[in-house]
Design a protein around this ligand. Sequence first.
Ligand SMILES: [Zn+2]
Length: 452
Amino acid sequence: MKPKFVALLCLFSFCSAADTVGYRGDILYFKGDPANDSEATVYIKDGYLIVKDGRVVKSGDYISLKDQPVDNTVDYSGKIITAGFVDTHVHYPQITMISEYGEQLIGWLNTYTFPTEIKYKNHHYASQEAAEFLDQLINNGTTTALVFATSSPVSVDAFFEQALKRNMRMISGKVLMDRNAPAELLDTPQSAYEESKLLIEKWQHKGRLDYAVTPRFAPTSTDQELAVAGRLLKEYPDVYLHTHLAENNQEVEWVKQLFPQSRSYLDVYDKHGLVTKKSIFAHSIHLNDDDFRVLSEKNANIAFCPTSNLFLGSGLFNLDKSREYHIPVGLGTDVGAGTSLSVIQTMDEAYKVTQMRKAFTDKPEEVHSLTPRENLYLATLGGATVLSLQDKIGSLTPGKEADFVVLDPLAGPILSERNKQAKNIDEILFGMEMLGDDRIVAHTYVMGKKMK
Ligand SMILES: [Zn+2]
C-alpha cells in the first residue's frame, strides 16, 4: 500500500494494530518523579513516537527517527503527545449522581449514594452505565483507572465486560459492606468471601484487567468482614486492596467509636493485613505521623482526590508529608463526590489544594506549590506507580503499552491566546492544567488503537 493512501485510511481509524505507525508531535513524559529528579522529564519538541502491535517501539526526535521503517506517519505537529492519564480512585456507579448538593461525607452517602447504587443489581442498567463511564474516560484521555463498582457482583461483571470490549487497562472489584448501609446493599462475611473469590477467578489478569478487593470503608465493614478481605489478599497475592481512609473528621470519629481497640483508622486496616504495596487508600487526609510511617514501611499508596475533597469539604491533603515519607501518590477524580472525570481538571484543583495549605499552616514557606511537571507526573507515571503498573504504562519508553493522548495546547480561544504568549513548556503545561478539560484531549489511544 502506498504510504499516502495508508495515511488517509488511518485518519478514518482504519489502521491495523499490526501496522507500524509513527506519530509526529511534541513528546512529553517522565522517566521518574520530577519532584526529586531534575533529569526525570523527557520533552522532545518535534518528536516521533513509533508504535507497533499496541506497544511503543521507539520515541525520540523526528529528524533522527524519520527514516525508520513505518507503514504510516500521522502528523500531530504543534500538539503534545503524552502518556494516557491514570485515575487512581473513581466510582463508576456514581456517574449519574455527580454534583449533588449540600452534604458532607456521611450525609452524602446516605442521601444520594446508597439509593443510586441499589440500581446496579440490574445487569442491563449496569452495562449501560459502565459503557457510558468508560466512553467518558476515553473522551477525557484516561486510559487506566482503579474503579469502585457496587456490592453487587453483577455491577463488577458489567464493568469488566465493557472494559474488556475496549481493551482498556482497568482494575475493579465488588464492594464489601456488611453494616451501616441499606439492607439491599449489604453482604455478609461469608457471601463477601464467596462472591469475591468467584469474581477474582473470573476476571483477574483477563485481557488487561485486574481485580481489587474493595471494602467500602471501615464503618461499613465488621471486623469479621475485614478479616475476609485479608484472607482474600493472602489467597490471591496479586490482587489489589482498594478502599477509603481518613477522608472526613466526622468519619474518623465514627471509626474510633466502632473500633475502640485500634490505634487509628489506618490501624483498623493494618490489623487485618490490608496495608500492602498493592493497597491504595483514597484521601488519607486526617493521618498522624505514625500512620504515614506505617504506610511508608508497608510501601502502600495514596490516591489524592482534590475535587472531591473540596466539594465535600473534607480537608486539604498533605502532599509534602507523603513525599517526606516516600509514599507513592496518584490523582483520583473520585466521581461522584469528585466533580469531574477529567484528570486535567483534577490537576487544576490539586495545585489549588497545595496553594490553600499555605493559608492553614504556621509555616507557609515550607508548603511546596505543585509544579506543572510534578502535576502531570502524578496524572501519568505517578498514578501508574501507585498501581504497580509503572513497567507497563505511564510513559512512552520502548516496550510500554501504547496508551497515549494527543493534547492541543491551543484548544479554545482563552487557552490559545494565553499559550501563544507562553515562553516554555512549563508555562504551556501550566496553562493546560489550569484551563483545560476534555476539549484539550484531541485524541486518545488505547494499546495503539485510536479511540477518540
Ligand atoms: Zn471514593
